[in-house]
Design a protein around this ligand. Structure first.
Ligand code: PEP
Ligand code: MN
Length: 268
């Protein structure tokens, strides 16, 4: 198994244009759920970068549960995201839903995200094995660790070793939160695999008031990065408004999170 940790116990550190993912520093990826307009993502980039994020997120192809909800801006959204990231010296990350969109995405966006609903889209995973960009693979909302790691194995086996695992909550009997964030996934996946593990507390709980404590829990558990939805006006976000935090709160999470990171031998 290519994703399995071997006897020398070494972690993979992904060098994404000089940003190291899986090293001592915990990487903060933040931005809105969707790219909504050029000015919106530009303002978001400015605010989240000032708050401490170094990778800008924003969906252009949105896998919405309802076909009547905002579906994203598509290719032009990728362009706005790329421009905003460059403007503030950040890297970009965006979800890819369909193999036919890979070509237009790889040269615009630095890190490609596979969403929870596509974790077992094996033809997409195989195609992503052929690209050079790192892949952030989200855990399927009903996937076991074994199924999750086997999905990563598909990408790696097809030729792309740069995979970031992302725990974003799983479906349980609990309905109060959108998902149940599985914090244990951090040490367990890091024991089973050498790949970096990122936590997405936003989708993990689905309610903005719990994003901050879950972010600290993720840092304490040893995560290699955080993926957090933030928007200049969270209540007006076109998607996932309920779980979206303000850039001010993001800044506070980064500031206070540094003490937690220090306690577990990391930096933030
Ligand atoms: C997202 O990151 O906006 C997203 C759709 O995530 P998930 O695939 O975890 O639902
Ligand atoms: Mn979202």
């Amino acid at each position: 198994m290519l994703t399995r940790k071997d006897d020398n116990n070494k972690k993979t550190i992904i060098d994404c244009q000089g940003q190291l993912i899986g090293g001592e520093k915990i990487i903060v990826m933040s931005g809105s759920c969707s790219v909504e307009s050029e000015s919106q993502i530009m303002e978001t980039a400015q605010l989240v970068s000032a708050a401490g994020a170094t990778i800008l997120r924003g969906g252009a192809f949105k896998p919405r549960t309802s076909p009547y909800d905002f579906q994203g801006l598509g290719e032009v959204g990728l362009e706005y995201l790329s421009k905003a990231a460059k403007q503030y010296g950040m890297l970009s990350i965006s979800e890819i839903m369909d193999a036919s969109d890979i070509e237009m995405t790889t040269d615009k966006i630095d890190i490609l995200q596979v969403g929870t609903r596509n974790m077992q889209n094996y033809s997409l995973l195989k195609q992503l094995g052929r690209v050079k960009n790192p892949i952030l693979l989200k855990r399927g909302f009903a996937a076991t660790y074994r199924e999750f790691l086997l999905a990563a194995e598909y990408i790696m086996n097809a030729g792309n070793p740069n995979i970031i695992l992302c725990e974003r909550g799983i479906r349980t009997f609990e309905t109060y939160t959108r998902n149940t964030l599985d914090i244990a996934a951090v040490p367990i996946l890091q024991e089973l695999s050498h790949l970096p593990v990122v936590i997405d507390p936003s989708h993990g709980v689905g309610l903005r008031q719990y994003v901050e404590p879950m972010a600290y829990a993720a840092i304490a558990a040893g995560c290699d990065g955080l993926l957090i939805e933030a928007h200049p006006t969270p209540d007006k976000a076109l998607s996932d408004a309920q779980q979206t935090i303000s850039p001010d709160l993001l800044a506070e999470i980064v500031r206070k999170g540094r003490a937690v990171a220090k306690a577990v031998g990391r930096t933030l």
